[in-house]
Design a binder for this molecule. Structure first.
Ligand SMILES: Nc1ncnc2c1ncn2[C@@H]1O[C@H](COP(=O)(O)OP(=O)(O)OP(=O)(O)O)[C@@H](O)[C@H]1O
Ligand SMILES: [Mg+2]
Length: 262
């Protein structure tokens, strides 16, 4: 049993009575309402919900990039009101520096925090090996495929050794085959580390394949409809009856929240 599994049960992130209202000159948009959730250390928790329901808003508040209107978020008891090295972010659009090499992209955070050059190099290489990019360390970002860019993004998030990884539809832009490869890679990374991962996805299939728990959100303002535990071992068989049944159940729940039906 891995370190990550043995730690299961210990609450790391507490989200309490969270509410977010965006106020502009013309309008007020309630994005998150009455949101309370505990996240355990070492778990991969997926968040699924209709488009525009408030998922990215939630993740940005956990990242400390956006201030809640009310309510609190703490990591190991510390409020996360600012971004910090304890949280690594992987964005859907990669958010890489196109003019830098792969290695220099991964080293960026360590440059900012003043990690010595040699240590930066060794750590970047270690994580690029982990995501299978050891042959592309000196390539420039524009020379890479979408899946490779995404792996650079993951290596860049992991290299600073954050306790928590926040991923916003990280595989959304990838073709089906690359996406499956990336899901398998992430499962491997999970086995090798005790990271807590909060994973936003539009793919229910992906959520069932990867998650320890799935949070199903309502349409905006996002409230929790259901939290589903998935204790099955990995890798999971997508063709198994329990996999298909759970996928159908979640899809049915989301269909009820489809704004076009209501
Ligand atoms: N900066 C902002 N100012 C005003 N309203 C915003 C802002 N950012 C998001 N919103 C609104 O808040 C709501 C939630 O947006 P959010 O991006 O969190 O949704 P989402 O669940 O991530 O959607 P998607 O699945 O399409 O990525 C939407 O109605 C959106 O228009
Ligand atoms: Mg979003």
């Amino acid at each position: 049993m891995s370190e990550a599994r043995s730690k299961e049960g210990e609450i790391q992130i507490r989200i309490e009575n969270l509410r977010k209202v965006y106020v502009t000159d013309e309008s007020q948009t309630v994005a998150i309402e009455d949101f309370t959730l505990d996240i355990k250390r070492g778990e991969l928790i997926s968040i699924v919900g209709p488009s525009g329901c408030g998922k990215t808003t939630l993740l940005r508040m956990i990242a400390g990039l956006l201030e809640p209107t009310s309510g609190t978020i703490t990591i190991d008891g510390r409020p996360c009101s600012d971004p910090g090295p304890d949280r690594g972010l992987v964005f859907q659009d990669f958010a890489l520096f196109p003019w830098r090499t792969v290695r220099k992209n991964v080293e960026f955070g360590m440059e900012v925090t003043g990690v010595p050059k040699e240590e930066r190099r060794l750590r970047a290489e270690e994580y690029l090996r982990l995501v299978g990019l050891e042959k592309f360390m000196d390539a420039r970002i524009h020379e890479l495929s979408g899946g490779m860019k995404q792996r650079v993004g993951i290596a860049r998030a992991l290299v600073n050794d954050p306790e928590v990884i926040l991923m916003d539809e990280p595989f959304g832009a990838l073709d089906a085959q690359t996406r499956n490869i990336m899901q398998a890679e992430l499962t491997k990374i999970l086995e090798k580390s005790d990271k807590t991962i909060i994973f936003i996805t539009h793919s229910v299939d992906e959520a069932v394949f990867l998650s320890d728990r799935i949070v199903v959100l309502s349409k905006r303002p996002a409230e929790i409809k259901e939290v589903i535990d998935i204790p099955w071992p990995r890798p999971r068989d997508r063709a198994s009856p329990e996999f298909t049944a759970l996928r159908k159940h979640i899809l049915d729940e989301l269909e009820k929240e489809n704004v076009l039906n209501n």
